[in-house]
Design a protein around this ligand. Structure first.
Ligand code: ZN
Length: 647
């Protein structure tokens, strides 16, 4: 719901989350109700009673039982009600000054708070409107506030008694405090609404759009810049009567307008959601102990296997982020290292990975918005949240930019975690195809002719599908062809040759092999007019892929003839969804992306498509149109490492 408040910046969010947008209306209705609700004469200002869950007004009653019946969850719809009931009552009888914020509106003759936009406009265009007058008077008050702050809290305590006697509350701006009044350090904490907190969206002040020194209001979830006098957060505290703010950099919580820090243990859950941190021990257990967590509203989820918000067209990115966050060494690195001084791309990747694995999350999904904004900027809008891109193109860009962001070298291999995880070596042999070679000979290496040998490095291996036959079965349905993964991997067996620019080429992997192999099944071909898709199904067993036939034997690394086994950890699949049921034309199809992820702790497979996450049987994995696979090299038993035979 906090997201919806950002609708100025990202209007599509509300559209894509209709049910939550409705929630906003309900809350807004509640706020309006509370603003215009006639206050009973008997209630002192600022303490008009409370609203029940269904927004029915319950007149104030001194008796504790009535106070206890007040639904404290409804606090967010009633800006006059603050604090645990009895504590608040005591506080107000002692500190009447706090009513100043309510009185400000009455003074300026404004029934409802002016919109932030109009207030901003007024600030720049000068005090020519009613709002402008309001601003001027406020400015005066804030200037008084400065003086008051200097005078200190002593004055306040002295004249607070008589202020309270007076039903006409004196207009004075709130006093700044270095620390909470003794005994009231948790005063506003029960106004915090964890349901509206969403720290996944880019931290931009909802008014200035600045990303510097941003605080989140813990009552409504919106972001505001600064906490000093006249800052946007300060104004927000006065205008909306929201008082608790968290600094998005330091995770320190402050009460505004007073300005003191709250150091309550009860805020730890919020700090953790905003910036989850782990110990090495905790991270090591992710893949060993099956775990279940509960988000707000008792929603069950498995940390690490949560939905990812498809804000508009960013499913291509979601599947890649999900897949990479399950590459254990990469995940552990991003979860445990301190990237506070790293480039934004690295920092935001780390934060998103940490949120994916959060065992104490408020909601069972994450949103890649913050990371996406940075990616959009760094890639010059090549990858955005509003236009679908190709997951493998994105992966390639992402890995290269993470490599550079982590201080990796452009020339020296193995100079970043990205390369240490994915980079492998490839040997290629090429031979010119001479004019005399006939059609059947074109790809056969000639013994006599010169063979040029090259070696290169890769982060990703591309596999080609055989051309899909367009024959039909007796019922005239198209038959979807199948090909085993090992067949298309034979591109790298050092024997099978391909033709490329009048050269015949053959490839082979070279030791040492990377701990993770990323395989791209090339399914789409693009010509000038149309993007064509090959629907061939690639069959595979997710356990124990033997890649030894595709590796140049080297006894220094591996006993020749022994298998080299990899297990699948992530599989990105494509699904064509017909845009309209009545159209058979393939160009009317929409690409959608899903990712299958291995939960090592439970030894189960999970399929994730945006917010949807479910279990899937491992025998069914291959039925999708595999597009990208990440395989992890199986640890060899210690005996084998010493050079003895495999069991
Ligand atoms: Zn707020």
């Amino acid at each position: 719901m906090a997201l919806s408040f950002l609708s100025v910046i990202t209007p599509f969010i509300v559209q894509s989350r209709p049910s939550e947008a409705l929630g906003v209306e309900v809350v807004l209705l509640g706020v309006l109700l509370s603003i215009h609700w006639p206050q009973p004469k008997s209630a002192p200002p600022g303490w008009p009673g409370c609203f029940s869950k269904d927004f029915r007004y319950q007149p104030r009653d001194e008796s504790p039982s009535t106070l206890a019946n007040c639904d404290l969850n409804s606090i967010t719809i009633d800006p006059y009600r603050r604090g645990t009931a009895s504590k608040r009552k005591q506080y107000y009888s002692k500190m009447a000054k706090r009513h100043a914020s309510e009185a400000l509106d009455e003074l300026a003759g404004v029934d409802s708070p002016a919109s932030k936009k109009s207030r901003l406009d007024d600030l720049s265009s000068g005090p020519s409107t009613t709002n402008g007058r309001d601003i001027d008077e406020r400015r005066e008050l804030y200037n008084n506030d400065l003086e008051n702050a200097q005078k200190g809290a002593v004055d306040e305590a002295e004249d607070s008694e008589e202020d309270f006697e007076d039903d006409e509350v004196e207009e004075k701006a709130p006093i700044r405090q270095a620390a909470p009044t003794e005994g009231y350090d948790d005063l506003y904490l029960d106004t915090i609404d964890r349901n509206v907190l969403d720290f996944d969206f880019e931290k931009l002040c909802s008014i200035s759009l600045s990303n510097i020194n941003v605080y989140a209001c813990l009552v409504c979830g919106r972001y505001f810049q600064g906490r000093g006098l006249k800052s946007h957060a300060y104004f927000h505290a006065l205008e909306e009567d929201h008082h608790v703010f968290i600094n998005m950099e330091t995770q320190k919580v402050y009460v505004l307008p007073e300005g003191y820090e709250v150091k309550s243990k009860s805020l730890d859950d919020i700090k953790f959601v905003s910036d989850p941190r782990y110990t090495k021990q905790e991270v090591m257990e992710f893949d060993r102990k099956p775990r279940t967590s509960w988000a707000l509203g008792n929603k069950e989820y498995t940390p690490g296997f949560v939905g990812m918000n498809n804000i508009k067209e960013n499913d291509y990115l979601n599947v890649i982020v999900q897949a990479l966050s399950h590459v254990a060494p990469l995940r552990n690195y991003f979860l445990l290292e301190d990237f506070s001084s790293a480039p934004e791309l690295v920092k935001r990747t780390s934060i998103l990975f940490r949120k994916i694995w959060n065992p104490r999350a408020f909601k069972a999904h994450v949103s890649p918005h913050e990371l996406l904004q940075e990616i959009s900027l760094r890639s010059n809008k090549r990858f955005t949240l509003t236009a679908q891109s190709d997951p493998v193109e994105f992966l390639s860009w992402f890995l290269n930019n993470l490599h550079l962001g982590l201080g990796g070298s452009k020339t020296k291999p193995g100079s970043s975690m990205i390369q240490r995880v994915f980079q492998g070596k490839l040997r290629s042999e090429s031979q010119a195809i001479t004019a005399k070679a006939d059609a059947s000979d074109r790809l056969r290496f000639e013994e006599a002719a010169e063979v040029k040998v090259d070696s290169g490095r890769f982060l990703l291996l591309t596999l080609d599908l055989p051309p899909a036959p367009l024959f039909q079965d007796e019922l005239e349905r198209n038959i979807i062809p199948q090909v085993p993964l090992t067949t298309i991997l034979s591109k790298y067996n050092g024997v099978t040759a391909q033709e490329h620019l009048a050269q015949r080429k053959r490839f082979r992997l070279v030791h040492p092999l990377p701990p993770f192999l990323a395989l791209h099944v090339k399914r789409f071909s693009q010509n000038k007019f149309i993007s064509e898709r090959n629907p061939t199904i690639v069959t595979f067993d997710p356990q124990g892929l033997d890649v030894s036939p595709y590796v140049q034997p080297d006894p220094a690394f591996h006993t020749p003839g022994e298998p080299i086994l990899y297990n699948l950890v992530a599989n990105v699949v494509h699904e064509a969804v017909r845009a309209r049921d009545d159209v058979a034309d393939a160009s009317e199809e929409r690409k959608t992306w899903k990712v299958q992820l291995k939960d090592k702790a439970s030894d189960e497979w999970v399929i994730a498509q945006d917010l949807f996450v479910d279990k899937i049987r491992s025998e069914l994995l291959y039925l999708g149109e595999t597009y990208l696979q990440i395989w992890e090299r199986r640890r060899e038993p210690p005996a084998n490492r010493k050079g003895k035979g495999r069991a």
